[in-house]
Design a protein around this ligand. Structure first.
Ligand SMILES: Cc1ncc(COP(=O)(O)O)c(C=O)c1O
Length: 395
């Protein structure tokens, strides 16, 4: 069996958990949480990183911080995870789904302006596969229309757009440390508060709507309920685990890069034959090699390949089911227009196993499995490659 994912533990996590045990301080925002915050701030350049229980929790905090009111519209891709939309729907917001780019599968910045209306409050770029959205243009549009930006960088920890960390460019950015991501703590996330004007309230929302942070810093004499909020601070045990991962980020990254590059090189001939399309990373983006996908000519070919791989014991999966076509999305999306690129790509995409300990034998097995599965399709299918894809930069 070649699993799709297998969480990698560096070995440091248990030592740090033991240290937290020894310290005897288990609730959140202790020494380990602070070390993770400092680490993320130094690495990403964000003004302030705040650990949360999950990226979902960070997104919920973002919706509160933006003060989303019923009827406010948020522009986002439909090709994303449910949490991107749920966070705003919980506050009465309305997702406006916009199509994605064919090359990177990221929000198509050229379609954003026509989706902006009087109720629009924010743009929500999702950096798919740890490859940056076209942030220069998104920031320009946000400024022009007085909108806020929240980057869903769940998959984008340790990835860059024109040298800037994903998650550090909007007013807010969110990260995930779920066990399927590159750097993990089981369930975990972070909110990057890039706009310092939002920081005071971020502390309050994260700490159950209380002014405890101000109290601990001696700024107020009483610890009181002052706003809405929830319990978003992870315990020291979780933060200790995460620090054991963050400190090994470069090592984890280079191993993932090697696996990604192996797939990329080994599948080149299939792309040249028009049977598949491999992922695309624009030259100005540095990815974290979060995932490797293959696009086939049709859903039928994709499903047939997936079936063959499953029979060979290889677990490859489709990815996001477009939100606008899902039961909840059909109810809550206000602009239920067809999104042709999203619909086509989501049905044709297959994610390959990619985890730290994917052995060389397993990698070769995956490539061999795809080649075998496609045997019957030679000369029968052609996958189109968008003009914007320049293969000279493969990272
Ligand atoms: C784009 C995106 N946003 C949000 C999330 C939610 O992350 P978490 O599981 O940390 O809540 C995910 C999870 O895969 C995701 O891919």
């Amino acid at each position: 069996m070649i699993p799709f994912n297998k969480p990698y533990m560096t070995g440091k996590e248990l030592f740090y958990i033991a240290e937290a045990h020894f310290n005897g301080m288990l609730a959140g925002d202790g020494a380990f949480t602070k070390r993770c915050h400092e680490w993320l701030e130094a690495y990403t350049g964000t003004n302030k990183a705040l650990l949360t229980h999950s990226c979902t929790a960070a997104l919920e905090m973002a919706a509160m911080l933006l003060d989303i009111q019923p009827g406010d519209e948020i522009i986002m891709p439909s090709y994303t995870f449910a949490s991107t939309a749920n966070a705003f729907i919980l506050r009465g917001g309305v997702p406006i789904f916009v199509d994605i780019r064919e090359d990177t599968l990221n929000l198509d910045e050229t379609l954003i302006e026509e989706a902006i209306g009087p109720q629009t409050r924010a743009i929500f770029p999702v950096h798919y596969a740890g490859v940056g959205c076209e942030m220069d243009e998104i920031i320009r549009l946000a400024k022009k229309h007085d909108l806020l930006i929240v980057e869903d960088a769940a998959q984008g920890v340790n990835a860059y757009y024109r040298g800037r960390a994903l998650g550090s460019m909007g007013q807010l950015g969110t990260y995930s440390f779920h066990e399927t991501k590159n750097y993990i703590c089981g369930e975990g996330g972070a909110l990057c508060v890039n706009d310092s004007a939002l920081l005071g309230r971020a502390h309050i929302l994260r700490d159950k709507g209380t002014n405890r942070q101000d109290f601990l810093r001696g700024r107020v004499s009483k610890y009181e309920w002052v706003d809405i909020g929830s319990s978003y601070i992870p315990s020291e045990l979780v933060s200790a685990f995460l620090l054991g991962q963050l400190e090994e980020m470069d090592r984890i990254s280079s191993k993932r890069r090697a696996i990604y590059q192996y797939y990329f090189a080994q599948l080149e001939n299939l792309e040249e034959s028009g049977l598949i399309r491999r992922p695309f990373i624009p030259e100005h983006c540095t990815t974290n090699f979060h995932l490797f996908y293959v696009l086939f000519e049709s859903e039928a070919v994709r499903d047939s390949v997936r079936g063959s791989l499953t029979q060979a014991g290889i677990h490859a999966i489709s990815h996001f089911e477009p939100l606008h076509e899902s039961p909840m999305g059909r109810d809550v999306g206000s602009n239920n227009q067809p999104l042709p690129v999203t619909e086509s790509l989501a049905r044709r995409l297959l994610r390959l196993p990619l985890f730290f300990n994917t052995s060389e034998e397993q990698q070769a097995g995956v490539v061999d499995g795809i080649n075998r599965a496609l045997k019957g399709f030679w000369n029968r299918s052609t996958v189109s490659i968008p003009n914007s894809m320049d293969r000279s930069n493969t990272q």
